[in-house]
Write a protein that binds this ligand. Structure first.
Ligand SMILES: NC(=O)c1ccc[n+]([C@@H]2O[C@H](COP(=O)([O-])OP(=O)(O)OC[C@H]3O[C@@H](n4cnc5c(N)ncnc54)[C@H](OP(=O)(O)O)[C@@H]3O)[C@@H](O)[C@H]2O)c1
Length: 217
Protein backbone atom coordinates (compact mmCIF):
# COMPACT_ATOMS: atom_id res chain seq x y z
CA UNK A 1 0.00 0.00 0.00
CA UNK A 2 1.27 3.47 -0.88
CA UNK A 3 -0.23 6.95 -1.22
CA UNK A 4 -1.64 8.05 -4.57
CA UNK A 5 1.18 10.06 -6.16
CA UNK A 6 0.80 13.15 -8.33
CA UNK A 7 3.89 14.59 -9.99
CA UNK A 8 3.65 18.35 -10.57
CA UNK A 9 5.95 19.83 -13.18
CA UNK A 10 6.34 23.53 -13.96
CA UNK A 11 8.60 23.72 -16.97
CA UNK A 12 9.67 25.57 -20.07
CA UNK A 13 8.43 24.32 -23.46
CA UNK A 14 11.54 22.14 -23.64
CA UNK A 15 10.88 20.51 -20.27
CA UNK A 16 13.41 22.42 -18.16
CA UNK A 17 12.70 23.32 -14.51
CA UNK A 18 15.53 25.79 -13.99
CA UNK A 19 18.30 27.59 -15.84
CA UNK A 20 21.78 26.09 -15.82
CA UNK A 21 22.59 28.24 -12.76
CA UNK A 22 19.53 26.88 -10.92
CA UNK A 23 17.18 29.86 -11.29
CA UNK A 24 13.57 28.66 -11.39
CA UNK A 25 11.42 31.38 -9.85
CA UNK A 26 9.25 31.83 -11.73
CA UNK A 27 9.07 29.89 -14.98
CA UNK A 28 5.28 29.74 -15.10
CA UNK A 29 2.88 32.64 -14.62
CA UNK A 30 0.70 33.73 -11.73
CA UNK A 31 -2.39 31.78 -12.83
CA UNK A 32 -0.48 28.51 -13.17
CA UNK A 33 1.07 29.07 -9.76
CA UNK A 34 -2.37 29.64 -8.25
CA UNK A 35 -3.44 26.26 -9.70
CA UNK A 36 -0.30 24.82 -8.11
CA UNK A 37 -1.47 26.08 -4.72
CA UNK A 38 -4.90 24.55 -5.30
CA UNK A 39 -3.16 21.25 -6.07
CA UNK A 40 -1.20 21.50 -2.84
CA UNK A 41 -4.41 22.09 -0.92
CA UNK A 42 -5.96 18.93 -2.40
CA UNK A 43 -3.14 16.61 -1.25
CA UNK A 44 -2.23 15.28 2.20
CA UNK A 45 1.50 15.91 1.72
CA UNK A 46 3.98 17.66 -0.57
CA UNK A 47 7.40 16.14 -1.22
CA UNK A 48 10.61 17.64 -2.63
CA UNK A 49 14.23 16.55 -2.80
CA UNK A 50 16.93 18.25 -0.76
CA UNK A 51 18.29 19.71 -4.04
CA UNK A 52 15.15 21.81 -4.36
CA UNK A 53 15.10 22.68 -0.66
CA UNK A 54 18.70 23.95 -0.87
CA UNK A 55 18.29 25.77 -4.20
CA UNK A 56 14.95 27.50 -3.57
CA UNK A 57 14.49 27.57 0.23
CA UNK A 58 10.77 26.94 -0.41
CA UNK A 59 7.98 27.18 2.16
CA UNK A 60 5.76 24.60 0.41
CA UNK A 61 2.66 26.08 2.03
CA UNK A 62 -0.74 26.81 0.49
CA UNK A 63 -0.93 30.55 -0.07
CA UNK A 64 -4.14 30.70 -2.09
CA UNK A 65 -6.77 32.96 -0.48
CA UNK A 66 -9.52 30.84 1.06
CA UNK A 67 -7.42 27.66 1.16
CA UNK A 68 -4.91 28.58 3.87
CA UNK A 69 -6.66 26.24 6.34
CA UNK A 70 -5.60 23.29 4.14
CA UNK A 71 -1.86 22.91 4.81
CA UNK A 72 -0.39 19.55 3.70
CA UNK A 73 2.53 17.98 5.52
CA UNK A 74 5.83 19.08 3.95
CA UNK A 75 8.33 16.30 3.26
CA UNK A 76 11.99 16.53 2.19
CA UNK A 77 13.91 13.51 0.87
CA UNK A 78 17.29 14.17 2.46
CA UNK A 79 19.64 11.18 2.92
CA UNK A 80 22.25 13.10 4.91
CA UNK A 81 20.03 15.70 6.66
CA UNK A 82 21.55 18.64 4.83
CA UNK A 83 18.39 20.70 5.39
CA UNK A 84 19.56 23.86 7.17
CA UNK A 85 18.14 24.76 10.60
CA UNK A 86 17.87 28.28 9.12
CA UNK A 87 15.76 27.18 6.15
CA UNK A 88 12.22 28.50 5.90
CA UNK A 89 10.94 24.93 6.14
CA UNK A 90 12.67 24.28 9.47
CA UNK A 91 11.87 27.75 10.85
CA UNK A 92 8.14 27.15 10.24
CA UNK A 93 8.06 23.49 11.35
CA UNK A 94 6.11 24.28 14.51
CA UNK A 95 3.41 26.09 12.53
CA UNK A 96 2.94 23.41 9.88
CA UNK A 97 4.51 19.92 9.99
CA UNK A 98 7.81 19.23 8.24
CA UNK A 99 9.13 15.70 7.79
CA UNK A 100 12.69 14.84 6.75
CA UNK A 101 13.18 11.38 5.30
CA UNK A 102 16.72 10.16 5.81
CA UNK A 103 18.84 7.03 6.11
CA UNK A 104 20.64 8.37 9.21
CA UNK A 105 19.81 8.65 12.89
CA UNK A 106 17.75 11.83 13.40
CA UNK A 107 19.84 15.01 13.72
CA UNK A 108 19.22 16.65 17.14
CA UNK A 109 19.16 20.14 15.53
CA UNK A 110 16.20 19.16 13.34
CA UNK A 111 14.35 17.44 16.19
CA UNK A 112 14.85 20.50 18.45
CA UNK A 113 13.30 22.70 15.75
CA UNK A 114 10.16 20.53 15.69
CA UNK A 115 10.95 18.62 12.48
CA UNK A 116 9.88 14.99 12.38
CA UNK A 117 12.72 12.82 11.09
CA UNK A 118 11.86 9.44 9.59
CA UNK A 119 14.79 7.08 9.25
CA UNK A 120 14.26 4.46 6.54
CA UNK A 121 16.36 1.75 4.91
CA UNK A 122 18.80 2.85 2.22
CA UNK A 123 18.28 1.62 -1.32
CA UNK A 124 21.15 0.43 -3.50
CA UNK A 125 22.09 4.07 -4.17
CA UNK A 126 22.46 4.80 -0.44
CA UNK A 127 19.37 7.02 -0.50
CA UNK A 128 16.02 6.39 1.17
CA UNK A 129 14.41 3.35 -0.44
CA UNK A 130 11.38 4.66 -2.32
CA UNK A 131 9.22 1.65 -1.49
CA UNK A 132 10.03 1.97 2.16
CA UNK A 133 9.33 5.73 2.15
CA UNK A 134 5.95 5.27 0.48
CA UNK A 135 4.95 2.43 2.82
CA UNK A 136 5.97 4.56 5.84
CA UNK A 137 3.95 7.53 4.61
CA UNK A 138 0.87 5.41 3.90
CA UNK A 139 1.25 3.86 7.35
CA UNK A 140 0.99 7.38 8.78
CA UNK A 141 -2.36 7.85 7.11
CA UNK A 142 -1.22 9.85 4.07
CA UNK A 143 -3.47 8.95 1.15
CA UNK A 144 -2.30 11.49 -1.44
CA UNK A 145 1.19 12.84 -2.13
CA UNK A 146 2.16 15.73 -4.42
CA UNK A 147 5.74 15.42 -5.66
CA UNK A 148 7.05 18.85 -6.64
CA UNK A 149 10.52 17.89 -7.81
CA UNK A 150 13.20 18.47 -8.61
CA UNK A 151 14.37 16.39 -11.53
CA UNK A 152 16.24 13.76 -9.56
CA UNK A 153 13.33 13.01 -7.28
CA UNK A 154 10.89 13.04 -10.21
CA UNK A 155 13.15 10.57 -12.02
CA UNK A 156 13.30 8.33 -8.96
CA UNK A 157 9.50 8.19 -8.61
CA UNK A 158 9.08 7.50 -12.34
CA UNK A 159 11.77 4.79 -12.32
CA UNK A 160 9.94 3.19 -9.39
CA UNK A 161 6.64 3.24 -11.30
CA UNK A 162 5.26 5.35 -8.45
CA UNK A 163 3.60 8.22 -10.37
CA UNK A 164 -0.16 7.92 -10.89
CA UNK A 165 -0.84 11.36 -12.35
CA UNK A 166 1.18 14.19 -13.88
CA UNK A 167 0.03 17.81 -13.61
CA UNK A 168 2.23 19.65 -16.10
CA UNK A 169 2.35 23.45 -16.37
CA UNK A 170 4.32 24.44 -19.45
CA UNK A 171 5.43 28.03 -19.99
CA UNK A 172 6.03 29.43 -23.49
CA UNK A 173 9.78 29.89 -23.00
CA UNK A 174 12.83 27.82 -23.91
CA UNK A 175 15.76 27.18 -21.57
CA UNK A 176 17.95 25.00 -23.76
CA UNK A 177 20.18 22.07 -23.01
CA UNK A 178 21.97 23.94 -20.21
CA UNK A 179 18.65 24.14 -18.31
CA UNK A 180 17.92 21.52 -15.62
CA UNK A 181 15.72 18.68 -16.94
CA UNK A 182 12.37 18.12 -15.22
CA UNK A 183 13.08 14.39 -15.12
CA UNK A 184 16.58 13.03 -14.47
CA UNK A 185 17.76 9.73 -15.94
CA UNK A 186 15.15 6.99 -16.21
CA UNK A 187 17.80 4.39 -17.05
CA UNK A 188 15.65 3.10 -19.89
CA UNK A 189 16.87 0.00 -21.70
CA UNK A 190 14.70 0.74 -24.74
CA UNK A 191 11.66 2.69 -25.96
CA UNK A 192 9.24 0.00 -24.88
CA UNK A 193 10.38 0.47 -21.29
CA UNK A 194 9.37 4.16 -21.24
CA UNK A 195 6.71 5.08 -18.64
CA UNK A 196 3.46 5.76 -20.49
CA UNK A 197 0.69 8.23 -19.81
CA UNK A 198 -2.74 9.04 -21.20
CA UNK A 199 -3.68 12.70 -21.56
CA UNK A 200 -6.80 13.66 -19.61
CA UNK A 201 -6.92 17.33 -20.54
CA UNK A 202 -4.97 20.27 -21.92
CA UNK A 203 -6.07 23.82 -21.28
CA UNK A 204 -4.58 27.28 -21.25
CA UNK A 205 -3.97 28.83 -17.85
CA UNK A 206 -2.87 32.41 -18.37
CA UNK A 207 0.02 32.28 -20.87
CA UNK A 208 0.86 28.69 -19.90
CA UNK A 209 -0.54 25.31 -20.87
CA UNK A 210 -1.84 22.92 -18.20
CA UNK A 211 -1.73 19.27 -19.24
CA UNK A 212 -2.97 16.41 -17.04
CA UNK A 213 -1.96 12.80 -17.56
CA UNK A 214 -2.80 9.47 -15.91
CA UNK A 215 -0.30 6.63 -15.82
CA UNK A 216 -0.98 3.72 -18.18
CA UNK A 217 0.03 0.43 -16.58
N1 LIG B 1 10.24 24.67 -12.00
C1 LIG B 1 9.85 24.15 -10.88
O1 LIG B 1 8.68 24.18 -10.54
C2 LIG B 1 10.84 23.48 -9.96
C3 LIG B 1 10.35 22.65 -8.96
C4 LIG B 1 11.27 22.01 -8.13
C5 LIG B 1 12.64 22.20 -8.32
N2 LIG B 1 13.07 23.03 -9.29
C6 LIG B 1 14.52 23.23 -9.50
O2 LIG B 1 15.14 21.96 -9.58
C7 LIG B 1 16.48 22.07 -9.10
C8 LIG B 1 16.70 20.97 -8.08
O3 LIG B 1 16.51 19.73 -8.70
P1 LIG B 1 17.50 18.53 -8.44
O4 LIG B 1 17.17 17.45 -9.41
O5 LIG B 1 18.89 19.09 -8.41
O6 LIG B 1 17.19 18.13 -6.93
P2 LIG B 1 15.97 17.36 -6.22
O7 LIG B 1 15.36 16.35 -7.09
O8 LIG B 1 15.09 18.39 -5.58
O9 LIG B 1 16.78 16.68 -5.03
C9 LIG B 1 17.69 15.66 -5.35
C10 LIG B 1 18.34 15.19 -4.09
O10 LIG B 1 17.37 14.55 -3.25
C11 LIG B 1 18.05 13.64 -2.45
N3 LIG B 1 17.35 12.36 -2.38
C12 LIG B 1 17.02 11.71 -1.25
N4 LIG B 1 16.46 10.56 -1.50
C13 LIG B 1 16.42 10.44 -2.85
C14 LIG B 1 15.97 9.41 -3.70
N5 LIG B 1 15.44 8.25 -3.23
N6 LIG B 1 16.08 9.58 -5.02
C15 LIG B 1 16.61 10.72 -5.53
N7 LIG B 1 17.07 11.73 -4.76
C16 LIG B 1 16.97 11.59 -3.41
C17 LIG B 1 19.44 13.44 -3.04
O11 LIG B 1 20.40 14.10 -2.20
P3 LIG B 1 21.04 13.24 -1.01
O12 LIG B 1 21.75 12.10 -1.68
O13 LIG B 1 21.91 14.19 -0.28
O14 LIG B 1 19.87 12.78 -0.20
C18 LIG B 1 19.38 14.15 -4.37
O15 LIG B 1 20.60 14.74 -4.74
C19 LIG B 1 16.62 23.44 -8.49
O16 LIG B 1 17.32 24.26 -9.40
C20 LIG B 1 15.21 23.91 -8.35
O17 LIG B 1 15.11 25.31 -8.46
C21 LIG B 1 12.19 23.66 -10.12
Amino acid sequence: MRPRVTLKLATSLDGRIATGSGESQWITGEKARAEGHRLRASHDAILVGIGTALADDPLLTVRQPGLEHRQPIRIVMDSRQRLSPDSRLVLTARESPVVVVTVQLPAPSLLRAGVEVIQVHAGRDGRPSLNHVLTELRGRGLISLLVEGGGEVAGRFLRGDAVDRIEWFRAPILLGAEGRPCVASLELANLAAAPKFRRLSAEPVGDDLWERYDAVR
